[in-house]
Design a protein around this ligand. Sequence first.
Ligand SMILES: C[S@@+](CC[C@H](N)C(=O)[O-])C[C@H]1O[C@@H](n2cnc3c(N)ncnc32)[C@H](O)[C@@H]1O
Length: 307
Amino acid sequence: MNDAPHQPVLYKEIIHGLQPGRGGRYVDGTLGAGGHARGILEASAPDGQLLGLDVDPQALALARKTLAPYEQRIHLVQASYTSLSAQLAQLGWDAVDGIVLDLGASSMQFDTPERGFSFQHDAPLDMRFGPSVLQTAADLVNKLSERELADLIYQYGEERDSRKIARAIVRARPLHTTRELVTVIEAVSPRRGDRLHPATRTFQALRIAVNEELASIEEVLPQAVASLRTRGRLAVISFHSLEDRIIKEFLREQSKDLVNPPYERIYEVERKATLKEVTRKPVMPSDEDIKNNPRARSAKLRIAEKT
Ligand SMILES: C[S@@+](CC[C@H](N)C(=O)[O-])C[C@H]1O[C@@H](n2cnc3c(N)ncnc32)[C@H](O)[C@@H]1O
């Protein structure tokens, strides 16, 4: 039975896509509660090994429990997936058979009020995935200029009311709690019909900025490709269009041979495609999955194979 709080998003699709086998070496770069990791370990029994990374010590503690039956085959490290190459070097693994990244915050993080991820609970404006993250949401909200805040909320939240919200934040600050921030947002950006809660996009934007999520994805993808052995697979689940765009473009780019056109003065290094896309279109959760786990609603899975 699953003793993690929720069945992880696109669980079957991840296991089917990665095709873990006996003796394989796998990386879960976003371990969370260890749900996907457990599936990989089960499917690669009796001797598949897994390196699991997470920046959140609470996630690691949870995963350690979930994965206790596989203790002999796991290596769990509190570290960012942006240190993937270094972590593999540390283990002495020169290539791996599969890598999974299930991006964003976990259900556990959303459901722990004091972490400050949820606008439905009152808590300090924190939103850090782990203690190594240098700034909190309060730091950003209270220190950035109105212009910087507006840009951040617009870019990372795709929020139409970003300017109004930024102006209201600057007038009301210092802000220390999620409730204070929600009140400021609700006053200038009222609920429209049955659309999202007006604070949803601003909270998403702050979380992405606090944890430098987009830069981290850009940093890890080339390391993932370099770490896979031939026919090894990379599976990435994203939850919003900004992440998905980075992943889609990277996979497209790496799936093409790079040849310099003879008539143009471009002197880039020519290279063969490094990846083959296994999923031309992203895999999305079924209605059944969404019913069991509403967080799965916006998930998109892309899988590629090293050539
Ligand atoms: C959606 S959850 C993963 C859930 C997991 N797949 C499971 O089956 O339970 C994402 C996790 O990634 C972690 N995380 C986010 N950014 C990270 C990073 N740069 N490096 C390592 N872990 C990260 C978060 O702390 C969170 O625990």
